[in-house]
Design a protein. Structure first.
Length: 186
């Protein structure tokens, strides 16, 4: 028997670490779960309008998105529970160091192995939320998480956010080849 719930459920939700610079060039990052890919080279993220990161995105129209990892989960959680409006050096406090992206005016967090570089296409404000649509203009990945020139999820240690239990979960093993396993029904 299936039960009904009042709140929405959409899974999996990636744990995204959004990197920006403020007007003084100070790096900032936040943890965001409300985002995903739309089409081949665009993403969308939903952020609270009051976040320092949101202010920085409005200012620069560019940002990075790193994927949280199990190895760095405490630091990734910290940048989500600590406001850049209150703690200017939160990246330093959790041990993150950054390198300036060569494609956008935003930081790449050195400790996170996979980062996409984004340029804003559209910003929509509604009900205290800011929806940012961006074009992916670059990808950075450590060699340690690559296989045959592609990011290997089994090596990257990526995590997702479980909205039901409010926990982070590791991305699991491959279960079947996409666009292939279903051919048995043809």
């Amino acid at each position: 028997m299936k039960l009904s719930f009042e709140k929405g459920f959409f899974a999996p939700l990636p744990v995204l670490i959004i990197g920006t610079y403020d007007a003084n060039g100070t790096p900032n990052a936040m943890n965001a779960a409300w985002g995903g890919q739309i089409g081949m080279n665009q993403i969308s993220v939903s952020l609270s309008s009051s976040h320092k990161t949101t202010e920085n995105i409005r200012l620069n129209k560019e940002f990075t998105v790193a994927y949280a990892t199990a190895q760095q989960i405490a630091a990734c959680d910290y940048v989500g529970i600590t406001s850049g409006n209150k703690v200017e050096n939160k990246l330093e406090k959790c041990g993150f160091t950054v390198t300036k992206s060569d494609k956008v005016n935003a930081p790449v967090i050195d400790q996170l192995p996979v980062t996409i570089e984004c340029k804003v296409i559209d910003i929509q404000e509604e009900f205290g939320e800011t929806r940012v649509v961006a074009e992916v203009v670059g990808l950075k990945a450590d060699e340690s998480v690559m296989t045959d020139g592609k990011v290997d999820y089994s090596k990257a240690g990526l995590v997702i956010y479980d909205t039901v239990s409010k926990t982070y979960r590791s991305v699991g093993e491959s279960v079947a080849a996409a666009r292939s396993v279903g051919k048995k029904f043809e």
